[in-house]
Design a protein around this ligand. Structure first.
Ligand SMILES: *Cc1c(COP(=O)(O)O)cnc(C)c1O
Length: 352
């Protein structure tokens, strides 16, 4: 065994509460879309189910072609895999190894340190600013000749803040062209602020940018495992060659394709979730939380040492939320679930 992997942390998935007789339980711990897939996507899933005796298209041709057309990039720039988490792992594999450094903000998505460790690269974690956003000038200062990859998570999971485009342009000017900047945009579709980074603008402007996107969040296909990367052609090619063969099932390919074809319906769900985010964050402001601007389908409460107690109170109320050492990440879910959490949070504030 590789001794350096013996202490590899396991990925902690969001908690799911057991069903109860007294109340309906809700899961606000994994940033999932609370709404069922749109009918067109369900139909595509059912139709594709009758072909599972066959291997899926290993090249993901139809999906890649639809994505290339939607984004206005050559098909050679697109790679598809089993969630953007898989593409992230493949990226680390093809770009970094022992002795190399991967720079990212912390706290951020917990898959980053795990993948870095698997590839043998060294993680350089740059603390977030006090407003829970990336400290891009400290991140640029952390880049040296061992750096292979910088990851920018915008909006950041778990703090919900979006990086400003002007700040990322200033950052790019300080980054050598042979360092790859990965913009992880898992929540891009929920962003409504005009100041925020749009990853594709950066892909078109700089030769060393990779954009990661997923069907898991806004498109509501977390259970099917499909995501994509937009990358410089040589990197996209390596991503396709290192992907697990036949990884993305035919059902997942068909569902993703249907979601793209019926994006207007899929994005109507996104608008509902964004409206609910605005309602919930306005309530939280009324409770006096003083939140940063939340740009994804979740919100962050810097509750520090109280996080576990609040998580337990939410669980008592039938809602699973996601605790971190520094705070709580709570998904925008069904209005009834959001209201239950708001009730717990109001009671918590009343005790302080
Ligand atoms: C959810 C998420 C992903 C993607 O997950 P997949 O389901 O693997 O596509 C990627 N990055 C961040 C920051 C996420 O929160």
């Amino acid at each position: 065994m590789r001794q350096d992997l013996l202490a590899l942390p396991a990925y902690k998935a969001g908690q799911k509460l057991a069903a109860r007789d007294d109340v309906r339980v809700y899961k606000l711990s994994s940033n999932e879309n609370p709404l069922e897939p749109i009918p067109q996507v369900l139909d595509a899933i059912v139709a594709a189910a009758s072909e599972v005796n066959r291997y899926p298209d290993p090249l993901n041709s139809a999906l890649i072609s639809a994505l290339a057309e939607k984004l206005g990039v050559p098909q050679e720039a697109v790679a598809v895999s089993t969630g953007s988490v898989a593409l992230l792992g493949n990226l680390m594999q093809v770009l970094a190894g022992p002795g190399d450094e991967v720079v990212y903000a912390w706290r951020s998505f917990e898959a980053y340190p795990i993948w870095a460790q698997i590839t043998g690269a060294t993680s350089i974690q740059v603390p977030l600013r006090n407003d829970f956003d990336h400290d891009l000038s400290a991140m640029a200062a952390a880049v040296n000749d061992r750096t292979r990859v910088v990851i920018i998570c915008t909006p950041n999971n778990p703090t919900g803040t979006a990086v400003a485009a002007t700040e990322l342009h200033e950052f790019m000017a300080r980054i050598p062209a042979d360092v790859v900047v990965v913009i992880d945009e898992a929540y891009a579709e929920f962003v409504t602020d005009s100041f925020a980074v749009a990853g594709m603008d950066f892909f078109r402007t700089y030769p060393n940018v990779v954009v990661l996107r997923t069907f898991s969040k806004a498109y509501g296909l977390a259970g099917l495992r499909v995501g994509y990367a937009i990358a410089p052609t040589q990197i996209a090619d390596l991503l396709r060659r290192t992907a697990i063969p036949f990884g993305v099932s035919g059902i997942a390919q068909a569902a993703a394709l249907a979601a793209l074809e019926h994006e207007a319906e899929a994005f109507a769900q996104v608008r509902l979730i964004v409206a609910e985010r605005e309602r919930v964050t306005a309530e939280l402001a009324g409770q006096g939380w003083g939140l940063a601007e939340m740009s994804a389908n979740f919100y962050w409460l810097p509750t520090g040492a109280d996080s576990a107690a609040i998580q337990a109170a939410c669980a008592d109320a039938g809602v699973a939320v996601r605790p971190f050492p520094e705070g709580l990440r709570i998904t925008i879910g069904e209005p009834a679930a959001n209201d239950r959490v708001l009730g717990v949070l109001a009671a918590y504030r009343a005790t302080r």
